[in-house]
Design a protein around this ligand. Sequence first.
Ligand SMILES: [Zn+2]
Length: 209
Amino acid sequence: MAKLYFRYGAMNCGKTALLLQSVHNYEDRGKKVLVMKPIIDTKGNNKVVSRIGLERDVDHLIDKEEKLYDYIVSHDEDISCIFVDEAQFLKRDQVDDLLHVTVTEDIPVICFGLRTDFASKGFEGSTRLLELAHSIEEMKTICRCGKKATFNARMVDGEFVFDGDQVAIDGEKQVTYDSLCPKCYFEEKEKYFNKEKSKVLLKQRKNQF
Ligand SMILES: [Zn+2]
């Protein structure tokens, strides 16, 4: 029986590289695959792009409201495997649909994504995948201190930031992410909130005079 797989890990753990390697293995044997990703991710637009330079066009960009089961069963080609990159951005119903596909269509579905956001909260798609997937595997990467990184810290113009929206909108400022271990993450978080607190105190003091 086909399975629903969830491969999760912090940023830079090689999720997309593994996805592309797996796609290659199927295609090398003449098998047809379907590579998809949610439309919310603007990085690379209609491509899946790994940090080590590998890339491939996606076969399908998933719309926020899209009924994935209907889309997949309406495909007339014989698909051997379905790959989803940035699966954290899937909606709950879409993950349910992917499970449905594995069970009724007998097509394996392999999802790659982050478990939590920069504020250490679960993404909708990942949370549902952790609930439903037949197989869950963590991909590892290391923190700047050498320990295992499990958190995705957000940096805005090179400074750690711990409040804001779950999905950073591309603006004038440069938003990047750094994979940290819990200890380094909480150290940076404390530093950030202490800094914010002293900004507020300074403002109050200025207003007094
Ligand atoms: Zn660390």
